[in-house]
Design a protein around this ligand. Structure first.
Ligand SMILES: O=P(O)(O)O[C@H]1O[C@H](CO)[C@@H](O)[C@H]1O
Length: 291
């Protein structure tokens, strides 16, 4: 990508942010990204103002069942928020830069902290379906093949050329989440671990699941990491959680088959708990962080 193409990308994000800022009075400091089947989070926002992705300049469209495709502004526990009810994935055919455009738009709108949720397969055999895993680190598999949202000329208006990723998942926010989960009586299904992203859309083979587990991954999915890299590059704090929607198939004797319907069904079963967890954490943000 040339310098001028990089500048065009900045202008593209600026146009989208300006259009949104002129269309709503909400000035969000918190950005939320809803994972598969977790769009109910957006319904918690008070005085919601909803924009279909198809009406927002430069926004991609959601093509995956369980991702409604709208941006919702409002307040959550008193905090001004913007919530993506539906995210974009590499396998939908968009470039990695396009699927992460909303993070840069968040930044240009004034967002300081990003909350991301996703559905993921459990690789760690101590996990069970319905567990919620706080993400403490990630493995960026597409990154090993050169698919990284920061590829190409760096635009200093967003961030530095070589951003640090050892602090990608904010330590204070993870502690806050553990505290809140304990108060809510959620400790029995709370985990903390490493999320590995693959490009999808095919689910993993048994050999791939075994390899990922051996590499140190606790859960596997097809999202979140590109958004986190882009958000951290732009200096926003990140907190991410995986709902273990299915257990990865690790044995050749197993009859289990990963499928998107099970992913959405687990989302429905755990929806209320996830919503309570996220809204309580967001409500406490000012006591525990600068945002
Ligand atoms: O990561 P989210 O958006 O929750 O979606 C997850 O669910 C889908 C597979 O069922 C994949 O897109 C995977 O990444």
């Amino acid at each position: 990508m040339s310098e001028s193409a990089s500048s065009e990308r900045y202008e593209e994000c600026r146009t989208t942010a300006d259009w949104l800022l002129s269309s709503t009075k909400v000035r969000p400091t918190v950005g939320i990204v809803c994972g598969s089947g977790m769009g109910g989070l957006a319904k918690l926002l008070k005085d919601p103002q909803v924009f279909k992705y198809s009406d927002i300049p430069n926004f991609p469209q959601s093509t995956v069942h369980g991702h409604a495709g709208q941006l919702v502004f409002g307040t959550l526990n008193g905090k001004p928020c913007v919530c993506m009810q539906g995210r974009f994935h590499l396998y939908e055919g968009y470039t990695v830069q396009k699927i992460t455009l909303p993070m840069r738009v968040f930044k240009l709108m004034g967002v300081k902290t990003v909350f991301l949720t996703n559905a993921a397969g459990g690789l760690n055999q101590d996990y069970k379906v319905g567990d919620v895993m706080i993400i403490k680190d990630h493995i960026n598999m597409p990154g090993f093949a050169g698919i990284n949202p920061l590829f190409g000329p760096n635009d200093e208006r967003f961030g530095v050329r070589f951003p640090c990723m050892s602090d990608a998942y904010d330590r204070e926010l993870r502690q806050l989440a553990r505290d809140v989960a304990s108060e809510l009586g959620y400790s029995d299904f709370l985990q903390e671990g490493v999320y590995c992203v693959l490009a999808g859309p095919s689910f993993e083979t048994i050999a791939e699941c075994r390899m990922l587990r051996n590499l140190g991954a606790d859960a596997v999915g097809m999202s979140t990491v590109h958004e986190v890299i882009t958000a951290r590059h732009a200096g926003m704090r990140c907190f991410a959680m995986s709902l273990i929607s299915n257990m990865s198939v690790m044995s050749y004797d197993s009859q289990e088959k990963a499928n998107h319907e099970e992913v959405l069904e687990t989302g429905r079963l755990r929806a209320k708990d996830l919503e309570k967890l996220v809204s309580t954490i967001v409500g406490r943000l000012e006591h525990n962080s600068s945002s």
